[in-house]
Design a protein around this ligand. Structure first.
Ligand SMILES: [Ca+2]
Ligand SMILES: [Ca+2]
Ligand SMILES: [Ca+2]
Ligand SMILES: [Ca+2]
Length: 510
């Protein structure tokens, strides 16, 4: 499990932060909904020989891309154990990973690649027209000394050959396609490549220059195979850095702070289409001076990454290929209540941050040695059926009720403390939706404990919002009540409600 799912990080420090979780394995997502909705075939390039296979392809158009995706591992599609949970979740895209070594264990040419493993990972794309972010992992030993690390320059043409053939197989143009001509438009180059030493292997973290050279080598081959393909930067952890605590090196993590700078300083800007990072709320405190007002701080971390890009004149969409929180009693405190809260908070903040695709990591608990049960459903295998958690229902609510919202503004009134209120506009249903919650009031206890839960539902905060009336829903979209202007003693186009640590959706009429 450890090798398959990456590594689990542990640290012990004066702040008692124990198990960290940053990294796991997978990959990405992407933006550019427009390209996902356009036919992949290029007019003028079809020939009668393969035109019929395009017309037969039921997924000639992929399903509409939304912000909501989940992580799967291994084979996908009808008959796999998580398939029903995937379909009912409302996710529009899936992140999954493949191994270069699996297709090309010994150096050969694309006509002799073994595609079986990759085709099984991609099965759901052709069956259900799902979008997929395919994470590339698993360097063959003949090509590179580390399975997720630097590819020596002399072997970059081999990697470009592989990536070109992979994109060609999943571009749906009828040429050298996988059976059924499924389309995959997002390819992520490695998982958390900003790790330096990671267990027994080295990743790219201390080799930003080589990562840039890799992108430069593969980008033309990928675009030649499919001009509409999106080359996605490997989701960087960008937290738990090697230099976090100079006084206590043993407490530091494996991620190299300057990796992104190094990649961009070496001219990689034109050789990827989408930036990508991971967000685990444990590290939110790293990105804000005012945790009590910013909550998980996803917006702030996005701003920080965007600022690094801008320093090099690079302007790209940013996506998140991993974010999550667990519901088991592992430190930092996990519970169903807290996981539910995180699903709402992280997606709300990702919309605010302008993130077009965010991946809940993972759909199903990893199990085994992996300590945090961050899945929306429980662990599942041939003998164990998955059970949907409360957080799963909340994910469904978001995919259904907040499918088409745009961020309007954050509402701040100076007398308010410890709360976050975002205003969204639901374009399809022409309604205003506020998402609101209070943050922990005790800065010494932001991660909570069994005795002192992080989610404070005992202290209410009264807020006033624009609207003549409103319906208040809990995170499960159960009606909590209705309110009207005048409930605050004034008929002034505003109503008052009390919020607490459990997020609510407030659908208002103005
Ligand atoms: Ca080869
Ligand atoms: Ca093709
Ligand atoms: Ca092609
Ligand atoms: Ca009023």
């Amino acid at each position: 499990m450890e090798t398959r799912y990456g590594f689990r990080l542990q640290r012990s420090g004066t702040n008692r932060i124990l198990a960290l979780v940053l990294a796991l394995t997978l990959a990405i997502t992407a933006v550019a909904p427009a390209s996902a909705q356009e036919p992949a075939a290029e007019p003028g390039n079809e020939t009668p020989l393969y035109l019929p296979s395009i017309l037969d392809n039921k997924c000639y158009q992929l399903r509409t891309l939304s912000r909501y995706g989940v992580q799967l591992y291994g084979a996908t599609g009808e008959g796999t154990i998580l398939h029903n949970d995937l379909v009912a979740s409302g996710a529009s895209f899936i992140r999954n990973e493949i191994s270069w070594a699996g297709a090309e264990p010994t150096n050969t040419t694309p006509d002799k690649y073994n595609w079986a493993g990759i085709d099984s990972v991609a099965a759901v794309v052709g069956q259900g027209c799902y979008n997929m972010v395919m994470t590339i992992l698993g360097n063959p030993l003949w090509a590179a000394p580390d399975v997720e690390g630097v590819i020596p320059a002399e072997n970059l043409p081999e990697f470009a050959e592989f990536m070109g053939a992979l994109v060609e197989r999943y571009d749906g143009d009828g040429v050298d396609d996988a059976p059924g001509s499924p389309q995959i438009l997002y390819f992520e180059l490695y998982n958390e490549p900003d790790a330096g030493p990671a267990g027994s292997m080295q990743r790219w973290g201390e080799h930003g220059k080589e990562y840039a050279a890799m992108l430069k080598a593969i980008y033309p081959a990928m675009k030649a195979a499919n001009p509409k393909v999106n080359v996605v930067f490997g989701g960087i952890a960008y937290d738990f850095f090697t230099d976090t605590d100079p006084e206590n090196p043993a407490d530091n993590g494996p991620f190299v702070r300057k990796f992104l700078d190094d990649v961009l300083a070496n001219g990689a800007g034109p050789y990827f289409d989408i930036m990508n990072y991971h967000f685990y709320p444990l590290f939110g405190v790293n990105w804000t001076d005012d945790y009590l007002m910013d909550g998980p701080s996803l917006v702030k971390k996005t701003d920080a990454i965007r600022a690094v890009l801008q320093k090099y004149g690079v302007n790209k969409p940013i996506i998140i290929t991993e974010m999550g929180w667990h519901n088991n009693a592992m430190y930092p405190h996990g519970s169903d209540v807290l996981q539910v809260r995180m699903v709402v908070q992280l997606y709300a903040q990702s919309i605010v941050a302008g993130i077009p695709m965010s991946t809940w990591w993972p759909l199903s608990d990893i199990g085994g040695a992996y300590l945090q049960d961050s899945g929306l459903v429980t662990y599942a295998d041939e003998d164990t059926a998955p059970v949907r958690k409360p957080a799963y229902t909340v994910f469904q609510v978001l995919t259904r009720e907040l499918a088409n919202v745009r961020f309007v503004k954050r509402i701040v009134e100076k007398e308010w403390t410890n709360n976050v209120v975002y205003e969204f506009y639901d374009v399809a249903n022409q309604r205003t939706i506020y998402v609101a919650w209070t943050n922990p009031t005790d800065p010494t206890n932001i991660w909570g404990s069994k005795q002192r839960p992080y989610v404070d539902t005992t202290t209410a905060d009264n807020i006033r919002l624009d609207g003549t009336s409103a319906t208040v829903y809990d995170a499960f979209w159960q009606v909590k009540g209705t309110v009207v202007d005048g409930n605050d003693g004034r008929t002034d186009g505003r109503f008052q409600i009390a919020i607490n640590g459990d997020p609510v959706f407030i659908v208002a009429r103005k």
